[in-house]
Design a protein around this ligand. Structure first.
Ligand SMILES: Cc1ncc(COP(=O)(O)O)c(C=O)c1O
Length: 429
């Protein structure tokens, strides 16, 4: 709030495509797709029409004891995104979806009578990845590994274990991407140490967002999946950022050719139009809960707006746009253009290191004099970029571009020169 005193919030008057139009007449590139959700940009006319059509019919009806054609069609489409994950549970936002997935895993493990140490039922353990982020509720903060968000609430946290020493890569061309055999033994021993009470491993597959826009080895994900399957541990893939094409495939798990037990979707699900999330559930977990009422097998989780009809209508249309506009193919070419442009920013400024990226995201860290802890170099770059025409939010000293997946090439070249100027203005290069 104090920052707003000398840099007031930007008043939006309208938004279209990759651009935000401010009340004072300025126009900014939305370089972070409004917290990573505007996969198809702002104001896509087909999404607007779908929303209007649904509003003419009905906007929201309790999704318990009722159904409708839109939610049925959406569920069928979502249930065919990954083989075996054919069941769908709806919630309202990303954090809630992760909570639902973890509750399902813990409950299913209980129903399966998983035994802990010394023959007693042990407390189910959860493990997640270093630098992970899964949301802002008490449980999702406990699963996350970004101290600035979670430290003040440590007293609320459920105990979770962290897997460290991940094989991070600069790109899919990095040798570690396809072979992380050298790193695996140390990772496997951390996993083995959590047995036998480990219930679930919760991950952001391939791309970790809020923990620093990091990309890790597909071979690691493949090995982790094999390990979880072999030990009866659930794998929960939080695809809230990585899903819907952000990494170049519809789901990031596809890079490793794996299917988790549970997958969480949000953000791109409605192309950032309305709050909605979904958990894709394996048929075997669904079967754990399929029983007569009152046998302790009921998953009694409800959110008022679960399956909201307006959101569902937009989500269904977004899936059609992905197909009709060949969005996944476009990410492949956007990826090449993003990488090349960001590399030019790196060489023009000499103030970026650790360049990395995949699909529709590219990132690097500010370096050199002026970037020391406490100097807020990233925040200064953000302010300078706003002055030059881009909403380029940084994560600490990490500068990244995460544009709508259908961004035209000229947006990338404008963003390139704005980023060079913003870094130069901040660090005096
Ligand atoms: C990977 C991941 N999981 C969960 C969330 C939380 O989603 P929401 O902000 O909708 O609760 C986010 C949000 O950025 C995210 O990136």
């Amino acid at each position: 709030m104090k920052d707003y005193e000398d840099f007031p919030p930007l008043e939006i008057s309208s938004a279209a495509g990759c651009y935000l139009h401010l009340a004072d007449g300025r126009k900014l590139i939305d370089a972070v797709s409004s917290w990573w959700c505007k996969t198809l940009g702002h104001g896509h006319p087909r999404l607007k029409a779908a929303l209007t059509r649904q509003a003419e019919r009905f906007e929201h009806v309790i999704l318990a004891n009722t159904t409708n054609d839109v939610i049925a069609r959406l569920s069928a489409r979502l249930g065919s995104l990954a083989p075996g994950l054919s069941k769908v549970f709806y919630a309202g936002d990303g954090s809630s979806a992760v909570e639902v997935a973890v509750k399902l895993a813990v409950h299913a493990a209980h129903l399966r009578g998983k035994r802990g140490k010394r023959g007693k039922r042990g407390k189910p353990k959860l493990m997640s990845l270093e630098n992970g982020y899964h949301g802002e509720t008490a449980l999702t903060l406990a699963l996350g590994d970004v101290g600035i968000y979670s430290d003040p609430y440590r007293d609320l946290a459920v105990e979770t274990a962290r897997l460290r020493g991940l094989p991070y890569v600069a790109s899919t061309a990095d040798p570690l991407w396809a072979d992380c055999s050298a790193a695996w033994p140390a990772l496997q021993s951390q996993l083995d140490a959590q047995l036998p009470d480990l219930c679930a491993v919760v991950i952001e597959p391939i791309l970790q967002g809020a923990g620093g826009m990091r990309v890790y080895s597909a071979d690691f994900l493949r090995r982790l999946r094999a390990w979880t399957a072999a030990h009866g541990v659930f794998l929960i893939a939080d695809e809230i950022l990585s899903g819907f094409g952000r990494t170049g495939t519809m789901l990031a798990c596809e890079h490793a050719g794996v299917v988790p037990d549970l997958a969480c979707l949000s953000k791109g699900l409605t192309a950032g139009w309305l709050p909605m999330s979904a958990v894709l559930i394996s048929e075997s977990i669904y079967a754990d809960f399929y029983a007569d009422y009152g046998q302790g097998r009921d998953f009694l989780h409800s959110n008022t707006y679960a399956g909201n009809a307006l959101a569902a209508a937009v989500a269904l249309e977004a899936l059609d746009i992905y197909r009709d506009e060949k969005i996944i193919d476009r990410v492949q070419s956007q990826s090449v253009a993003l990488r090349a442009a960001f590399a030019r920013v790196q060489s023009a400024t000499g103030r970026l290191e650790n360049l990395r990226g995949i699909g529709g995201v590219v990132a690097a860290d500010l370096c050199g004099p002026g970037t020391e802890k406490g100097r807020r170099a990233g925040y200064c770059v953000y302010r300078e970029a706003v002055e030059r025409g881009a909403l380029l939010r940084t994560l600490g000293n990490t500068v990244y571009w995460l544009l709508p997946l259908n961004a035209p090439d000229e947006v990338i070249s404008d963003l390139e020169s704005i980023t060079v100027q913003a870094i130069a203005a901040t660090l005096g290069v």
